[in-house]
Design a protein around this ligand. Sequence first.
Ligand code: 475
Length: 835
Amino acid sequence: VEAEIPDAQKTAWKKHSASGFTNKEDFEAAAIRHIETTLARSLYNCDEGAAYGGTALAFRDRLIIDWNKTQQSHTFADQKRVYYLSLEFLMGRALDNAMLNVGLKDVARDGLADLGFRMEDVIGIERDAALGNGGLGRLAACFLDSLASLDYPAWGYGLRYRYGIFKQEIINGYQVEVPDYWLDFNPWEFPRHDVTVDIQFYGNVRKYNDENGRQVSVWENGEIVTANAYDVPIPGYNTPTTNNLRLWSSKAASGEFDFQKFNSGEYEQSVHDQMRAETISAVLYPNDNLDRGKELRLKQQYFWCAASLHDIVRRFKKSKKAWKEFPNQIAIQLNDTHPTLAIPELQRILVDNEGLDWDTAWSIVVNTFGYTNHTVMAEALEKWSVPLIQHLLPRHLEIIYEINLHFLQYVERTFPKDRDMLSRVSIVEESNPKMIRMAYLAIVGSHKVNGVAELHSDLIKTTIFKDFVKIYGQDKFTNVTNGITPRRWLHQANPKLSELIASKLGGYDFLKDLTLLHKLEAYADDKQFRKAFQEIKYANKTRLANYIKETTGVSVNPAALFDIQVKRIHEYKRQQLNIFGVIHRYLALKAMTPEQRKKMQPRVSIFGGKAAPGYWMAKCIIHLVNEVGRVVNNDPEIGDALKVIFIEDYNVSKCEIIAPASDISEHISTAGTEASGTSNMKFVLNGGLIIGTCDGANIEITREIGEDNIFLFGNLAEDVEEIRHQHTYEGVLIDDGLQKVFDAIHNGMFGHSDEFSALTNTVVNHDHWLTSADFEAYCKTHDAIDEAFKDQEAWLHKTILAVARMGFFTADRCIEEYAEMIWNVEPQKIKQNGA
Ligand code: 475
């Protein structure tokens, strides 16, 4: 390619080629130029918003220079790439991350000071890119950071939602949802007006025989919607590698058809078509761990899968390689079943458009895809009704049936005696209407299937996917325990702790090899180190206390024990267990004399998280937490002994303030329900201990940090079924302490008891989540925590050891495991000159 360009042209280009700033002067020049020209502001009307805009645009320019080099270099190197398909990317803010990853935060801080601004204020202007619900979306964002930081050639593909996850307001103690229109100023994306894909929906399939007598299928008619690409640069930490996140936005196709309508006076209809098309990428579905089977959601999934695959195939075809090379050049990871339609879509492209025979195409498909499962809960496993797919994607339905036919024939040959097996494993559920089981399609169409923590990966093999282990053998199923990026979740969120660690370890290498933290073990008994560590925790708690004061008006004492549970509100995550425990503590405090009360360990119980708008029980929990807060925080007898806080609109940037400020955080799902959990890792890495059940990654955290350094309680996963069985046949046994809590609620201590009857009744009637069965152990464990916290020296010893032993939970380790076990890809260093 290079050789085809004339020398004169090259010289002119190279002379003026953009180069990034590396010092304060050049940063200021770049920021001011953007403030004056791109933003049309001047010295006299440059507010914090404009300062943010100028800074962000200056850094964007810098990122894009590295982005260009990276993409060029990856194209020339012509080696295998990874594509991470996720319907959710919960990115949070980009500026702080960009400054730290390119190593120019101090430069920018000094530059901004010259211009009259404080770095923290400027960073605080940015809105979160909140294109996700919770764990699954944040994991995708951490993985992008690690892929770039480790120099893997990788792209993310997602949807450019006009509205991210809703903003949560608490009004009179109730959650109210406000739309999150986040795109009015987004300097981090590049519209690629030249990159568009036409996506087809509806229509019919026509069959004919070609000259060789081979049957050919043509998907024709229907509607076309255009996908427009928007690219977001993803900088690696301390490396020029800058990967790409490509997000698709939907627009009406501007074909002749529309012009006809427009000209013939059907103006309204033409506007209507426009809006219908734009609806596809308009909103993120706000459900976490729940599938609701809405048609628009299926449209989103196909729109995004088809656009992404078209893009990937287009890039592959440019290389002029043989089709059999496809899986050697491309690995596609499916983040849960949401992108499963990519499987029949690739098969369709290969068979219908490229003329490959079925078996050749299918082997390419299977060798290309890997599937990650994130949940075992039945209500979250995706199924789509056959009539809906038939209507929207008629050719894909045929292909899914044919995939199923080949699969079932294989199963029948292998297990001729097991008659029930076929209906159990069929991709098509024989219900009314028939349903396509997306997880089964994902397993059949992938070469590897993985869970996200050891227990979870074992559970999927022994429960929901048991038959598939029989069919394919153990090797198709594997585990990759989740991790988090230490760049955002230590260095960015907790700069003081990061600095302290660097001072002992001789630099910041641990940010790229987190196992180096083990060297901190030597300081667990070092008086001075402990003191410094404690002071940082206190400062971080003070920062959160100030935030709580500003946003809720409630004063909390930073010396109290901060007990935090922030995550999506869900019955299986058991915020109800937590708030019932808080009420139990409140009743105990009320029964004490003032002298007794003074001896108690003061506590601040902090909650945060969104409920899906249609999840009524979750909304009841939020309401109860807020009502308990209202009563407890205004009770003069209680004072600092207990405060109950609900932090509004929990999101990524708030988590960056919250995670460094915990003494204890809660990860208390019913055993066997939380696939992994990732905030557990964030809290421990930031010097907090956890109270948790034997669930998800808590088990591996315990193994790594030692059982003396974690507070585990509750029934085990293997016993949960038996207890539920007992509930059904013998009724629920309500714990005595919990009964007192229910009595207080029923007597109206926290407002009209009708408001909470659903919450208490579900425990009394079924207790599916074992709230009562685990209640006593939960309360006792909290008493043990109070005791342990009194001995601050011993507590510091535990927290420091725990931090030192968290090296395993870096997302970098995850990416290396995926690369080796699933993708078979190698990193590729970018030379500074771009070649
Ligand atoms: C698990 N989201 C965590 C995390 O692996 C785990 C499902 C359906 C529709 C929309 N969103 C979802 C999830 O299932 C999800 O977020 N799962 C979470 O994935 C990362 O750490 O335990 O609950």
